[in-house]
Design a binder for this molecule. Sequence first.
Ligand code: FNR
Length: 189
Amino acid sequence: MKLTILLGSLRKGSFNAAIARALPGLAPSGVSFETLVPVNQLPFYDADIQAGGFPEAVTSLGRAIKVADGIVIVTPEYNYSVPGGLKNAIDWLSRLPDKPFAGKPVLIQTASTSLLGGARAQYHLRQTMVFLDAAVMNLPEVMVAQAQHKIDPATGELTDAPTREIIAKQLQNFVVFVRKFQAGAKLQA
Ligand code: FNR
């Protein structure tokens, strides 16, 4: 199963990037991961640009999402919401005629330095994903609070055992979720 990661932070020392790096080591066997181009590769959404043709960065991102078995969005919370760069990427992707997120299994993980672990961004993202008709898995939720204490500053490795455990459990559930979804799609075909 091929899962594709969309990362909401551009920061070199990003805690969310550290979470994303830990995923292959926490996933069940047979799951591979690919990380998509950083969201700053896309221009700001502009309907006039779209009218002249979608930028290549947008269409290639859309293709990568279309072929993935599932998408894992790993993102910080900015001002109680989704970071602008990630929202911009989602806005572009929502305009593609083949709707890459429609019916796509999506998993959300947030990490922040606060006590809520990005919960508010996570719920804004879920709301946005309704309009894109994505199949977002509900539970378990992964909201990594005080991420600065859970990642080794020397190695950038996610070391916190309970966080590793909940992410492993979430990934296990997601694999089952994706399989069920794919089986359902085959029955419909
Ligand atoms: C933040 N941060 C933050 N944290 C949070 O829990 N809720 C919030 O609303 C915000 N708002 C916010 C806005 C902006 C512009 C920045 C730069 C930061 C703090 C945030 O959790 C922290 O910077 C994380 O380290 C960002 O994630 P990465 O870059 O480490 O993955």
